[in-house]
Write a protein that binds this ligand. Structure first.
Ligand SMILES: Nc1ncnc2c1ncn2[C@@H]1O[C@H](COP(=O)(O)OP(=O)(O)OP(=O)(O)O)[C@@H](O)[C@H]1O
Ligand SMILES: [Mg+2]
Length: 481
């Protein structure tokens, strides 16, 4: 890979060529969940262009995005188009699957003069096309070669010149300049081998905390690079600025994507129906049900949009078409009694909105930890109920009916294992996780095993707790318990 500056935006005093993107990192992070690597790599290149400091005679940046299916590779480039140009349409997307044969690649550059149909065929990669995807607020063309491994070798040969000198010679001998372009290549190269790494026994959810995940990311990166080196020549790989491997998404990310889709649906209803709009109430259990059906280690979040469309958007559209929704009312989306589908019903006047996120009881006399977890859970929309003793915990569970509880072993008026047992006997659906700084006695370990209470050893990363609780709640809502 070529050596490019780590922060190419460097000189801030120079006047921006275009409007600086309003905190691009934050906008992208809200659209592309759980892939901070790609955002931190790509944003400096955009800033470099905006600062007028992009190098000449080559594209502004060239990125190869790799990783398992449904982890957001294509979505990243679409999100960048939305962020910079206001619409996903401002993206020149080449589906490489359409260019599997050598002669099909000619459509990209147009036929040379003298060939039959020369005048009728417009090259896909013309200067005009590149300019047509820019906007007044941003003159950067985004070009996506999606699933590059499917294209005929002629396409990589053609790309070599583009990546190297920033120019492409068309069939009619005119030259297209790519100096104001960001080029993205996405690929599934190595993804079968990656799946084997992620999921050795199919159907088994990979367990483990942040360290395991970090190792996994490194392993996937090496698998991807081996596959890339097999497929592409060293000179092609050398012209790519960054090869970025996407991580498999975790339960937290799936939940954030689902929340996003539900919010988008509500916004769509509001804008399309105007004064006739209505509210959509999607309780936490229903969201988990959708996630359960729309996501998998094999396909990531690929099916989530379709699942939401089938079980939520379409039935909602039918209700609207039949005039069965009162403007200003609220529709509650619940899981059908047989759990095979969802049921939409009008909420009664005065009926309380269901919590769209879980309520968690946290029992620990360490105030710092309580405050820290509270902040973290609030960011995910979770509600935290905190207690510093076993007696306070018993009172709060009866009062607030939390979905899950996280109990410290050492409590001023008892221990976490006893408390967990008592709570589970009264509230069989409560998901209890224990935290401990030391080893449990063998008989206590036996109790945890019998009741299926996971035990987290301190210290642990906050994200581990969230994932742990999330997967517990997911198994509950899928009816597995
Ligand atoms: N990280 C993510 N953030 C937000 N949405 C995501 C993310 N990953 C997947 N999705 C959702 O899943 C859909 C499919 O994702 P996307 O097309 O980006 O997958 P991909 O990584 O390109 O997979 P493939 O290798 O199969 O092309 C997206 O349209 C989006 O709804
Ligand atoms: Mg894709």
């Amino acid at each position: 890979m070529t050596d490019r500056p780590k922060n190419p935006a460097g000189n801030k005093s120079r006047k921006a060529v275009t409007e600086p993107a309003m905190d691009l990192t934050a906008v992208l992070a809200s659209k592309v969940v759980g892939q901070p690597n790609v955002i931190s790599v790509v944003v400096p290149y955009v800033e470099m262009f905006q600062a007028g400091l992009a190098p000449e005679n080559r594209p502004v940046g060239v990125f190869l995005l790799l990783g398992p299916t449904g982890t957001g590779k294509t979505r990243t480039v679409e999100a960048l188009a939305e962020a910079l140009h206001g619409s996903v349409k401002n993206l020149l997307k080449i589906d490489c699957g359409e260019f599997q044969l050598e002669h099909e690649v000619a459509r990209l550059i147009g036929a040379p003069p003298g060939y039959l149909g020369h005048r009728e065929t417009q090259p896909i990669l013309s200067q005009q096309r590149l300019v047509s995807v820019t906007t007044e607020q941003c003159g950067l063309s985004l070009i996506l070669f999606d699933e590059i491994e499917k294209a005929a070798p002629a396409l990589t040969r053609l790309l070599l010149g583009v990546l190297d000198r920033g120019v492409l010679r068309l069939g009619d001998n005119t030259v297209v300049n790519f100096e104001k372009s960001l080029i993205f290549l996405t690929s599934n190269l190595g993804s079968r081998e990656m799946m084997r790494e992620i999921n050795p026994d199919f159907g088994f959810q990979p367990a483990g905390g942040a360290e395991v995940r970090q190792n996994l990311t490194g392993k996937l990166q090496s698998i991807a690079m081996v596959a890339v080196r097999k497929k592409f020549s060293p000179e092609f790989i050398n012209r790519i600025d960054h090869v970025i491997t996407y991580r498999p998404l975790d339960a937290e990310s799936f939940a954030a994507i689902a929340d996003h889709e539900v919010t988008n649906l509500q916004n769509h209803v509001n804008t399309r129906l105007g004064s006739r709009c209505f509210g959509i109430d999607v309780p936490f259990e229903t969201r988990q049900w959708l996630i359960e059906r729309g996501t998998s280690p094999e396909y990531g979040a690929r099916e989530l949009k379709r699942t939401i469309h089938k079980h939520l958007t379409q039935p909602l559209a039918t209700l609207v078409a039949k005039n069965q929704v009162e403007p200003g009312s609220r529709i509650r989306v619940e899981i059908a009694p047989d759990r095979a589908g969802l049921v939409l019903r009008s909420m009664e006047h005065g009926e309380e909105t269901a919590a769209s996120h879980p309520t968690i009881l946290l029992v620990d006399d360490n105030r710092n930890l309580l405050q820290f977890l509270e902040r973290l859970m609030a960011e995910s929309g979770w509600e935290l109920v905190a207690a510093e003793s076993a007696s306070e915990a018993r009172r709060l569970v009866a009062q607030r009916k939390p979905d899950a509880a996280l109990l410290d072993y050492m409590l001023p008026d008892g221990n976490g294992v006893e408390l967990a047992q008592q709570l589970r006997q009264t509230f069989p659906n409560l998901q209890v996780t224990l935290m401990t700084g030391s080893l449990l006695a063998p008989e206590e370990e036996a109790i945890c095993e019998e009741y299926d209470f996971p035990v987290l050893r301190k210290p642990f990363l906050a994200t581990e707790v969230m994932s742990q609780i999330r997967s517990r709640l997911a198994s509950l809502s899928s009816g597995a318990k």
